[in-house]
Design a protein. Structure first.
Length: 268
């Protein structure tokens, strides 16, 4: 039996008794036609403290454009992120693993409270990627997970650099093999723009695996850097493909099937 595209949001939106809810949504720009369409949560973890998720607010606008083109009504939801790379070696590192559960919980809470019909999660680091997957499994609604991309390689003296070269530079400086000035040159060149850590670290590994192995989650463009201009075109295009190649807002958004959560993917 086909899934009703408004299988959840009708309880939040429809009927005379829901007039107060509709009135409040009208006040932030949603007109009656918007509310007759499937409500799609577009969730991301933009934060001004780290490069991994720094492009998410911009990417969310592209995603929402694709959702509208496919016949849905997007609503933007924000959560937090903690950078291992920034906090490493300080007390702040203790917050990193804990943040995965908080991010999962916050996405689940918003998805349940606002009765979203579907979800698009933009992820970018080694805590938001599993958190997005865990939240999708808990909510058991049609979900798409989009990876925001890695940092492009830096350039110094004709060679590529990544954040790993900076860590190695710290060791080389401590061993007396390079000067502080050389370490500073490496530091300033290694990360030329926003994106996840540029290397086969714990952010990129699950992206590569899910791109190739998982039928439940669709992770698009894992190989494109975060600052690659093609992402502004790629994300709406992928969403139109997922929605049955529909570019007409008058057509009802056909959604991927729900995800059936297993005991292993739910909270304990």
């Amino acid at each position: 039996m086909p899934l009703d595209p408004r299988h959840r949001s009708h309880t939040l939106i429809d009927g005379p008794d829901r007039a107060p809810a509709r009135s409040m949504l009208h006040s932030i720009g949603f007109d009656p036609e918007d509310l007759r369409r499937p409500l799609v949560m577009v969730v991301h973890s933009w934060i001004g403290t780290m490069p991994c998720n720094y492009t998410h607010r911009t990417l969310a606008q592209d995603v929402m454009r694709g959702v509208r083109a496919a016949g849905g009504t997007p609503m933007e939801v924000n959560t937090i992120a903690i950078s291992d790379g920034v906090t490493m070696g300080t007390e702040g590192m203790k917050a990193s693993l804990v943040s995965r559960e908080l991010i999962t919980d916050s996405i689940e809470l918003a998805g349940m409270a606002y009765a979203f019909d579907a979800m698009v999660v933009i992820v970018g680091c080694d805590k938001t990627i599993p958190a997005g997957a865990m939240a999708a499994a808990r909510l058991n609604i049609p979900s798409v997970i989009l990876y925001s991309g890695s940092i492009a390689p830096g350039q110094l003296d004709g060679r590529d650099l990544t954040i790993q070269d900076v860590f190695e530079g710290v060791g080389s400086h401590a061993a007396g093999q390079i000067s502080e000035e050389e370490l500073t040159r490496i530091e300033n060149a290694a990360c030329p723009g926003a994106g996840s850590c540029g290397g086969q670290f714990t952010a990129l590994h699950p992206v590569i695996w899910r791109d190739r192995r998982s039928p439940a989650f669709i992770v698009s463009g894992g190989s494109a850097c975060a600052t690659d201009a093609s992402r502004a075109v790629l994300l709406p295009h992928r969403l139109r493909q997922i929605a049955g190649n529909s570019s007409s807002a008058s057509q009802v958004l056909p959604l991927p099937r729900p995800i059936r959560a297993t005991a292993g993917s739910n909270r304990s």
